[in-house]
Design a protein around this ligand. Structure first.
Ligand code: 5RP
Length: 215
C-alpha cells in the first residue's frame, strides 16, 4: 500500500508552481509528497504546515515553514485522507491533525487530496469519524454525538493534539449527508473541529497506482 501512497504523493508535485507557498497536510502519504517537494525547495517560497510532524519533516529537508498569518491565502494545499467519497468529501483526522488541516484547506484556492485506492468509499463512515474536543467538554460532546449521529464515540486515549485538545472517534456511522453532519457537529459547544471535509472538500483527488488516477 505504501507504493500507492508514494505514487500519489509524487504525482501531486505536478500541481506545485515556481514561487508558491504550499500548504502541507499530515500523514504517511504526505510524507512522500514532502520528500518529493524537497527536490523543488529552491523554487518554492516555502510551506505552511498542518502539524509538528510535518514541520519537522519539511525543516529536515531545508524547506522554510511559514506562518499562515503572514502568508495570506495559499494557492495550493496537498493532504491525504482516511476516506474519500465520489463527491470528493473526505473523512480526515486519523493522524489527529484535523483542525490545522481544516484551517489550511479553507485558506487554499486548490485542495489536492492524495490517497491510496483503499480510501475510496461510496458512503463515508466506515473509518471512525474524528472529532477534536476541548478537554473539559469530552463527556458532554460524546453524549451529544450519540444523540446527533447515532454513532458510538470512543475517546482516543493517550492522544493530545498539537492544540492541546482530545480526540473522540465516532464509530458505526453511515454519512449520507456529509455537509449537514459537518454543520451539526460544528454547533456542539466544546467541539473544536470535526474531521468531515464536506463544505470545503477536495478539488482534485489523486489515487495512487501505476499510473496514478486523477479524479
Ligand atoms: C491526519 C490525516 C491524514 O491525512 C490521514 O489520516 C491519512 O493518513 P495516511 O496518509 O497516513 O494514510 O487526516 O490527520
Amino acid at each position: 500500500m505504501s507504493e500507492a501512497k508514494r505514487l500519489a504523493g509524487e504525482k501531486a508535485i505536478e500541481y506545485v508552481e515556481d514561487g508558491m507557498v504550499v500548504g502541507v497536510g499530515t500523514g504517511s502519504t504526505v510524507a512522500y509528497f514532502i520528500d518529493a517537494l524537497a527536490r523543488l525547495r529552491h523554487r518554492i517560497a516555502g510551506a505552511v504546515s498542518s502539524s509538528e510532524q510535518s514541520t519537522e519533516r519539511l525543516r529536515g529537508h531545508g524547506i522554510e515553514v511559514l506562518d499562515l498569518n503572514d502568508t495570506g491565502p495559499l494557492p495550493l494545499y496537498v493532504d491525504g485522507a482516511d476516506e474519500c467519497d465520489p463527491s470528493k468529501c473526505l473523512v480526515k483526522g486519523g493522524g489527529a491533525a484535523l483542525t490545522r488541516e481544516k484551517i489550511i484547506a479553507e485558506a487554499s484556492e486548490r485542495f489536492v487530496c492524495i490517497i491510496d485506492p483503499a480510501k475510496r468509499v461510496d458512503v463515508l463512515g466506515r473509518f471512525p469519524l474524528p472529532v477534536e474536543v476541548i478537554p473539559m467538554a469530552r463527556s458532554l460532546v460524546a453524549r451529544e454525538l450519540v444523540e446527533l449521529t447515532g454513532g458510538q464515540p470512543v475517546w482516543r486515549q493517550g492522544t493530545v493534539t498539537d492544540n492541546g485538545n482530545l480526540v473522540l472517534d465516532v464509530h458505526n456511522l453511515r454519512i449520507v449527508d456529509p455537509v449537514a453532519m459537518e454543520a451539526a457537529i460544528n454547533q456542539v459547544p466544546g467541539v473544536v473541529s470535526v474531521g468531515l471535509f464536506a463544505r470545503r472538500r477536495a478539488d482534485v483527488v489523486i489515487v495512487g497506482g501505476e499510473p496514478p488516477r486523477v479524479l
